[in-house]
Ligand binder design. Structure first.
Ligand code: ZN
Length: 166
């Protein structure tokens, strides 16, 4: 396993649409392991493959309950709304206010290409849609209400309304 370099906003790769995964090759398995390690190392709650320079539809999310691996994820249901602080590992030190669904249901494959359904509320819902946006070349900064602001992540305390990096 290895920690990969996280691409930052301004890097064109973050604006590109990712390709579907047809099979998990040893290389993609290694990518998934590295993405989990990179996300944890950066104290993020999610990471998408384009953020480490790979245009494949793979994302990992961990809101503190263990990593969830999503291959070819699709949002199939959304419910309600939440407005709160959101950040991104590709936009270090900044955050903004974004409205997202309160609940989402995602269909995906896991690392063994078995179908999985992930339902998330609150932070998990926010992280899921944020990562899936990355796979379509979209950044949360396109959705920010008002301006981005500076945040400090030193105190490791993901509160209900923010302090998350995805
Ligand atoms: Zn992000």
């Amino acid at each position: 396993m290895a920690i990969r370099q996280i691409r930052e906003q301004g890097d064109e790769i973050l604006t590109k649409k990712c390709r579907e995964v047809k099979e998990i090759t040893p290389r993609l398995r290694e990518l998934i392991e590295d993405m989990i390690e990179t996300m944890h190392d950066a104290d993020g709650v999610g990471l998408a493959a384009p953020q480490v320079g790979v245009l494949r539809r793979i994302a990992v999310v961990d809101v503190g309950e263990g990593p969830i691996i999503l291959v070819n994820p699709k949002v199939v249901l959304t419910e309600g709304e939440q407005t709160g602080q959101e950040g991104c590992l590709s936009v270090p030190g900044k955050a903004g206010i974004v409205t997202r669904p309160m609940k989402v249901k995602v269909e995906a494959c896991n690392e063994n290409m078995e179908n999985v359904t992930v339902e998330g509320e609150e932070l998990l819902a926010r992280a899921l849609v944020h990562e899936i946006d990355h796979l379509n070349g979209h950044m949360y900064t396109e959705l920010v209400e008002g301006d981005l602001f500076e945040v400090k992540y030193e105190e490791e305390e993901p509160s209900e309304d923010g302090g998350t990096k995805e």
